[in-house]
Design a protein around this ligand. Structure first.
Ligand code: G6P
Length: 364
């Protein structure tokens, strides 16, 4: 690739460190303080149409699918529209019922992923309304979609996605806020979310300052053969994405599970050799999450927590700044990008080009 590495040894490292600026860009020019909403010029959706949406279905692959899982929760929370995400690759083969009152949202960094493109084309053929949330301007999916939001993450070269994931989750927050403000989201809540969004770049910088500490943790965990990632509701897609990041770039097996499902299987695996990374936001589920940590500790499991405050049951805690509950997932994954990066570095992996993977999968 031909972009300057700007003094970093890998694109992954560079792109992780570009996130404060990238988030600044996805927000720029879009916030409307007067009405506590956002302007999304590429959306082409008037308020009356927005109110007619009865469901939102989000489609993407890999990291973009995980960003979509976070997006679905934001849309449900802020706009109270039923929403869910599904891998585009699954959706297109199951002869899904296409519904005219559903808004379909195709998510893709490259805008070229074949499974996503094929899903969009099938949806369009059946008369559905499809939006794109895409990074690469003018890409196939951006062109095929009826309307959309560019995430403005800038060029992403490393095969594993970092800054584009973060920007996509922010773009979803904008979409959720926009849809919410055509419905029942109050001016006050709109303001609250806008203030939260504005805090993000500075908070990202704060998270990235902990790199030395995270590097030490990565070196401690690099000998693990497998790792478990857990989270609940808002924390679950964060756990999914962190586990994907670790396995893609370090080749350590990792599995993500809802913390609420531990007792239905994964607890049988807990022993000192299987470390757990737990996402523990300071929200209404804090006590439930703490109980899960206790269950793991009682079985001698090692725990690394990502939380808003030090977790007593964890062996180590990476403390991240608190934002609004709905926006917390945007920040909580960022230290785990660094964990994956430094684990891969300690193991001497080919960080920007993991074996067997491609940046964009333009074939079946
Ligand atoms: C490939 C890449 C992943 C990426 C996925 C979707 O599998 O290795 O990092 O998340 O494609 O790519 P897209 O460009 O559609 O977001």
């Amino acid at each position: 690739a031909s972009y300057d590495m700007g003094g970093h040894d890998t694109y992954m490292h560079k792109e992780i460190h570009e996130q404060a600026d990238a988030v600044d860009r996805v927000l720029r020019g879009r916030i409307d303080d007067r009405f506590s909403t956002v302007h999304l010029g590429g959306l082409n959706l008037d308020a009356r149409e927005a109110r007619q949406i009865r469901r939102v279905k989000i489609l993407g692959c890999g990291t973009s699918y995980h960003a979509g899982m976070i997006g679905a929760q934001m849309i449900e929370e802020l706009a109270r529209i039923p929403a869910d995400a599904e891998p585009a690759s699954e959706f297109r083969y199951r002869n899904a019922v296409v519904d005219p009152d559903t808004l379909y949202v195709a998510v893709s960094q490259s805008g070229e992923t074949y499974d996503v493109l094929a899903a969009v084309q099938e949806l369009k053929r059946k008369g559905a309304r499809v939006f794109g949330i895409v990074n690469v301007v003018g890409s196939a999916i951006a062109r095929e979609a009826d309307a959309g939001i560019y995430v403005h993450a800038g060029p992403e070269v490393c095969v594993v996605s970092t800054k584009c994931f973060t920007n996509t989750t922010v773009a979803f927050a904008l979409l959720a806020l926009h849809l919410g403000r055509t419905r029942d989201l109050s001016v006050r809540d709109g303001k609250r979310i806008i203030e939260g969004l504005r805090k993000l770049p500075e908070q990202i910088t704060e998270v990235l300052k902990q790199e030395d500490q995270i590097k030490q943790l990565a070196e401690q965990y690099a000998d693990a053969r497998s790792m478990l990632f857990i989270g609940r509701v808002r924390g679950y897609p964060v756990a999914r994405e962190a586990s994907l990041k670790l396995k893609e770039v370090s080749y350590i097996h990792a599995e993500a599970y809802p913390a609420s499902e531990l007792k239905h299987g994964p607890l049988a695996l807990i022993e000192p050799a299987l470390p757990t990374v737990a996402i523990v936001p300071d929200d209404d589920l804090l006590e439930k999450n703490r109980a899960a940590l206790e269950e793991i500790k009682a079985r001698s499991g090692r725990i690394l927590a990502v939380a808003h405050q030090e977790q007593e049951k964890a062996d180590q805690t990476i403390v991240v700044p608190k934002n609004e509950d709905e926006l917390d997932p945007i920040l909580m994954g960022i230290p785990l990008q660094l964990l994956a990066y430094h684990t891969a570095l300690a193991l001497g992996r080919d960080i920007d080009k993991p074996r067997n993977l491609a940046k964009s999968v333009t074939v079946e």
